[in-house]
Design a protein around this ligand. Structure first.
Ligand code: PGA
Length: 259
C-alpha cells in the first residue's frame, strides 16, 4: 500500500502567493515517488490556485479541511450562510475531506455533526480522514474510552460498502502542535486496537484495507519510524507541512520506510 502523507495547512499560509509556492514545490519534488500518495489540504480560499498542482487527475491529491453536513439541492447549493458543500469542492478536484479534527471538535463540532459529515463524504464518494484521539494519556486505559467512542459514534449509520473510502487518523490531542509526538511503539499498539474494532464494524475484507495514519508533531526526524515501527499507513502533518523542504523530507522518508 502507498503511504498516504497528508498536509493539513489549517488556516495557513498567510498569503495566496505563499500557498502557491508551497503547493508547487511539494508537488514537483514528490512527483517521482512511487510509494507515497501526497495530499494537500489548503484553506478553501486557496483551493482554485492549489488545484493547478493537486487534484483528482494529478499525482498530488487535494483535500479540504471541512464540508457542510447537508447536501443541499443536487447542484450542492442551498441557504447555508458560510458553508461549503461537497459538490462544490468536488468541482476543484478534491478527493479527500478531513472530518472530526480535534481543533473543530474544540469549537463545537459534536459527535452528531461529525457522524453526518462522515456520511455525506463517504457516501458521496470522497475519502474521509476521520480524526480520533484522546485528550490526555491515561496509562490505565489500553484503548482510551473517548477515542473508542469517537470511532464508533462517527461510523454509526454508515453503509458498510462506503467504509472503503475511510481513512482513520490517530491524533492524540496532547501531541498536536506541542512538539511531543506519540512514540511509534505505543502508536502501533493503538493501531491494533483500532483495526480490531474496525473488523467488528466493517468486516474483515473492508477493515483490513482501511488505512490507519498518525498525526501529532510529525517531523522529518520521526516520520519514517511511525511507518517502520509504528506500522502506520501514513501521516497527517500540521505545522511541518508548511515548510516545503521539511515536508518533502517527511514524504521521502515515509516512502522509503518499510512497515
Ligand atoms: P501538528 O498538527 O503536526 O502541527 O502537530 C497535526 C494535526 O493537527 O493534524
Amino acid at each position: 500500500m502507498k503511504k498516504i502523507i497528508i498536509a493539513n495547512w489549517k488556516m495557513n499560509p498567510k498569503s495566496l502567493s505563499d500557498a502557491v509556492k508551497l503547493a508547487q514545490k511539494v508537488s514537483s519534488e514528490t512527483r517521482s515517488l512511487r510509494n507515497a500518495e501526497v495530499v494537500l489540504a489548503p484553506p478553501f480560499v486557496y483551493m482554485p490556485a492549489v488545484a493547478k498542482f493537486a487534484g483528482k487527475t494529478k499525482k498530488t491529491k487535494l483535500a479540504v479541511q471541512n464540508v457542510f453536513y447537508e447536501k443541499g439541492p443536487p447542484a450542492g447549493g442551498g441557504a447555508y450562510t458560510g458553508e461549503v458543500s461537497l459538490e462544490q469542492v468536488k468541482q476543484f478536484g478534491a478527493g479527500f475531506v478531513i472530518v472530526g479534527h480535534s481543533e473543530r471538535r474544540a469549537i463545537g463540532e459534536t459527535d452528531e455533526i461529525i457522524q453526518k459529515k462522515l456520511k455525506i463524504v463517504l457516501e458521496g464518494g470522497l475519502k474521509a480522514i476521520l480524526c480520533i484521539g484522546e485528550k490526555e494519556r491515561n496509562k490505565e486505559e489500553a484503548f482510551p474510552v473517548i477515542m473508542r467512542h469517537e470511532l464508533h459514534s462517527a461510523l454509526l449509520k454508515i453503509k458498510k460498502s462506503a467504509l472503503r473510502n475511510l481513512i482513520v487518523a490517530y491524533e492524540p490531542i496532547w501531541a498536536i502542535g506541542t512538539g511531543h509526538a506519540e512514540t511509534p511503539e505505543h502508536a502501533f499498539e493503538i493501531t491494533i486496537l483500532i483495526r480490531r474494532d474496525l473488523y467488528k464494524i466493517a468486516g474483515r475484507s473492508i477493515a483490513s484495507k482501511i488505512p490507519i495514519i498518525y498525526g501529532g508533531s510529525v517531523t522529518s526526524k520521526n516520520a519514517a519510524s511511525f511507518i517502520k515501527d509504528g506500522g502506520m499507513d501514513g501521516l497527517l502533518v500540521g505545522s511541518a507541512s508548511l515548510l516545503a523542504q521539511e515536508f518533502v523530507k517527511i514524504v521521502k522518508g515515509s516512502a522509503e520506510a518499510q512497515k
